[in-house]
Ligand binder design. Sequence first.
Ligand SMILES: [Fe+2]
Length: 345
Amino acid sequence: MTDDPAYKALENLGAAPLWRFYGNLFPAEPKSRAVPYRWSWQNLRPQLLHFSQTLSLEEAERRVLMLVNPGLTDPPATVNTLYAGLQIILPGETAQAHRHTSNAFRFILEGSGAWTTVNGERVFMAPGDLLLTPGWHWHDHTHEGTDPMIWLDALDYPLINALEAGFYEKYPQRLQPVTRPDDAGSRQFLHGRLTPTWLAPEGPNSPITRYTWAETQRALDAIADSAEGSAVDGIVLEYTNPWTGGPVMPTIGCRVQRLRPGFDGAGHQQTTSQIFSVVRGAGATIVDGVRLDWSQHDTFAIPGWASYRHVNTSGSDDAVLFSYNDEPVMRSLGLYRGQSADPGA
Ligand SMILES: [Fe+2]
């Protein structure tokens, strides 16, 4: 009986009837609040340039447009566990040093002449580079180039805040001192199978501070047409931590993939959420019946357990996608599941 006054009495006693919550608490399968979505580079870049003219970095600390999923507006997030933003820094600007327990990285979209200092090491940026800022590492930015520098900013704060493990601290000065050789992490470790013997892991993160696009492109070129790759993802490569062979950070996995001309991928679904940034080419990803058309520098989101498939709509050119996901979390908690699925449309 719905009007049984005992229900009201339960509320006042800090209790609730499980039988009224059962379906929501134990769904037959996950249903993300996030929706499939694409953020247009062509439309957002002018907005970013506008705010670079009207808002100083002193006012903003970081000048970033958050890519907010329409299903995840409060608190804002891009997929359930992960966030993406577009950040701009102008020539001559610096961004305040800070650190947070959220793991972060930058994927560079355009510009040159800027660097991020991470725990005393200057890490330089060029388009296509992946720069890691693992949790609780100090980081600040300096731009001494001639044109605006724009990158995709990625963080796991939706997950960290859900776990109520978020800490944040500003560095006492605007910029931290440089205490290590430039690009040391990349220079020491980016060779993959040749690892320095005098060093030992410091925490769970990859010691590679910058995975350069030159190195990524070399790997994609070397594989070229020698392998079929995955029916779902084409030639898909994981950025790895040389100490473990596993993901670059404990909460975020990063990948790059090449879809050959005309690639028409198999449908799939998995418990992991994914965010993509289009490096080059044009195509479409069909997600739960929604067609997301994409081209260079667009960002798009595939919620966890959504069914999807990728298509390269060009018959002559490769499409290259960078992506990141929460697979390390799902796997470490024993929650990873994946299977073939038809996204429809
Ligand atoms: Fe930060």
